[in-house]
Design a protein around this ligand. Structure first.
Ligand code: ADP
Ligand code: MG
Length: 565
């Protein structure tokens, strides 16, 4: 009980920090059970991990607030943010190192399944981290008593019981997420790959902030008549916006008119966003993959031959391996790997593409004969990708009109407003022929799934651990994910580290492909929860947020020791 906890705390006051270890265990409070799962060794070590479990009959959330996966994620997200808000207003007990910190992993603008909160029929459980209070390296017992005996009950009281929360706000969260998931599920049926709602706010505060840009100069999204469509959402009712059809779509327009901003909103549209974000109803098919050049990355036996052939020194491009890819080979590999794992939409921006991968105009074709140029540019594959593989493309291209020939939809951005200029572009394409030769062959792109070997996933030296949002330490190596743009949360990176460890210990049988292995992992996660992949199953599992299959595969593909058959 909590009296027992108080006694323990009294006993260790002023002792060396290690004596905190005695606290590990569970304690019954009036309205919740406290689990102290892991106690840090000193004030500078990562904070201690605790869980607070409130029986559902006390928390009292109506079943309809979490009775399907969309609603459950939404309610869990809402409660996590509520806990965060309460923590923010607690008095600070900051001492040495992390001591005095109370933390919950609330995430950013996206609403993603995360380990910080679990809601089910039996209980609501919050997973917190606490820097146990210290004076220097000595135990500050009265601080710890305040946290455990005063703050935790307050957190529970104010943020985990339905009666203390704004029920309207809860429903706003739950219904918005449900509408977002519903809209995403309807895209295919309507022949669309993305939807951008009228009134959406696309620009962000800054290059390092994912919050909406504010102020009088922000132009809300307004769809062109010809592309405007309606959806009937289960909660919000009718919504209108721009539907981007399957096939090949170009986003054109002058520099600084909002092209990249539109594409960036679309690439994040694979996730749901919190009410007030501005991108709540920018919705993209869930398996869309942003493709970019990424020179310097490693490539492991990828068949990039649909794009690149006849490299100097007779290098085999059907099983292309390099420690140091070029702009074009990296971009080709990124596409092939996306197809290997499964995608129905590629997103490309001229700003982050290799020019020679994107275009090769008539004059260059005259000067450099096809047999001297290893690259089949994307322009000569993009239609085929749709026709043969069912993979659409949305491409930002302000710099070359050659793409008019292959696009079935052309959207012009002007002063942050979209215009449908498809007919105009087609007319121009008729009038001004490019005179280029179509390159490449007409053979469909068929990808042989690669089969990972065990030895490539052995961890030498230290453990697998994420260092920051874009880096996972894997033994002595680092997996660099800076250019994996659809990774949006540090806790997703954490989860990817755990998933790789899980895969290595469980599913690498040297017969299954990367995709088959990942399918098994996701089946486990859907059946048993995100905690399943944690090395601390049954306790506070660490701060995890669910990544997409695509990002896990991206991490494997960037692991330098990764090897396939
Ligand atoms: P482009 O790719 O066409 O060159 P960007 O998308 O990079 O242009 O946008 C240029 C600038 O305009 C960015 O700073 C962006 O934040 C801002 N911006 C984009 N869309 C809007 C909008 N709807 N309202 C206000 N500012 C915007
Ligand atoms: Mg741009």
């Amino acid at each position: 009980t909590k009296e027992y906890l108080k006694k323990k705390l009294d006993k260790i006051d002023g002792k060396g920090y290690k004596a905190y270890k005695d606290l590990e265990g569970e304690y019954e409070f009036e309205k919740f059970i406290l689990y102290i799962d892991h106690v840090q060794g000193d004030p500078f070590a990562p904070p201690s991990r605790i869980r607070v479990k409130v029986p559902q009959n006390i928390a009292d959330f109506e079943f309809s607030m979490y009775n399907n996966p969309s609603r459950q994620v939404a309610l869990e997200d809402f409660l996590t943010r509520s806990v965060f808000e309460v923590i923010k207003r607690l008095p600070s007990l900051k001492g040495t190192g992390h001591s005095g910190d109370i933390y919950i992993d609330k995430g950013g603008q996206q609403i993603i399944k995360r380990s910080a909160m679990v809601v089910n029929k039996d209980y609501v459980e919050a997973r917190l981290s606490i820097g146990l209070p210290a004076f220097g390296r000595r135990i500050n017992s009265s601080g710890a008593q305040r946290i455990f005996l005063e703050f935790l009950p307050q957190i529970v009281e104010k943020s985990l019981l339905k009666k203390s929360l704004d029920v309207q706000d809860i429903w706003l969260w739950v219904e918005t997420v449900e509408d977002q998931d519903y809209l995403r599920s309807q895209l295919k049926e309507r022949g669309l790959v993305a939807f951008v709602a009228d009134g959406a706010i696309l620009p962000r505060e800054s290059g390092i902030s994912d919050r909406p840009l504010k102020g009088g100069n922000v132009v809300p999204f307004e769809s062109p008549d010809s592309l405007r469509i309606k959806f009937q959402l289960p909660n919000r009712g009718e919504i209108t916006g721009m539907g981007i059809p399957e096939g090949v779509t170009l986003i054109v327009g002058g520099g600084y008119h909002g092209k990249s901003t539109l594409l960036q909103a679309i690439q994040k549209g694979v996730y749901n966003h919190i009410p007030g974000d501005g991108r709540e109803f920018v919705i993209t098919v869930a398996d869309a993959v942003k493709i970019r050049a990424e020179d310097g990355r490693r490539i492991e036996k990828v068949d990039i031959s649909p794009f690149i052939n006849n490299l100097p020194n007779n290098v085999d491009t059907t099983r292309f391996t390099t420690e140091n890819a070029s702009g074009s080979t990296s971009q080709a590999a990124n596409i092939i790997e996306a197809i290997e794992i499964g995608t129905s939409l590629l997103l490309l921006d001229e700003d982050t593409s290799a020019t020679n991968f994107m275009i090769r105009d008539a004059r260059m074709q005259k000067l450099i004969a096809k047999k001297e140029e290893p690259i089949t540019p994307f322009i000569d594959r993009v239609k085929q990708l749709y026709k043969d593989n069912g993979i659409s493309t949305i491409l930002v291209m302000g710099g070359s009109g050659d793409y008019f020939d292959v696009a079935n939809c052309v959207i012009k951005m002007h002063n942050y407003r979209p215009y449908d200029v498809t007919q105009e572009a087609k007319k121009i394409a008729e009038q001004f022929k490019t005179n280029r030769e179509v390159e490449g062959n007409n053979e469909p792109i068929v990808i042989k799934p690669r089969i990972p070997l065990k030895k490539g996933l052995e961890v030498k030296g230290k453990k697998i651990k994420s260092k920051d949002e874009d880096t996972i330490r894997f033994g002595y190596q680092e997996i660099e994910l800076d250019y994996v743009e659809q990774l949006v949360d540090k806790s997703q990176t954490n989860a990817i580290g755990e998933i790789i460890r899980y895969i290595a210990s469980k599913y690498v049988d040297e017969k299954s492909s990367i995709k088959e292995i990942l399918k098994k992992v996701y089946k486990d996660i859907y059946e048993k929860g995100l905690d399943e992949v944690s090395s601390f199953y049954g306790k506070h599992p660490g701060n995890l947020a669910l990544p997409r299959l695509q990002e896990v595969a991206a991490a494997l593909n960037r692991l330098r020791s990764f090897t396939v058959k």
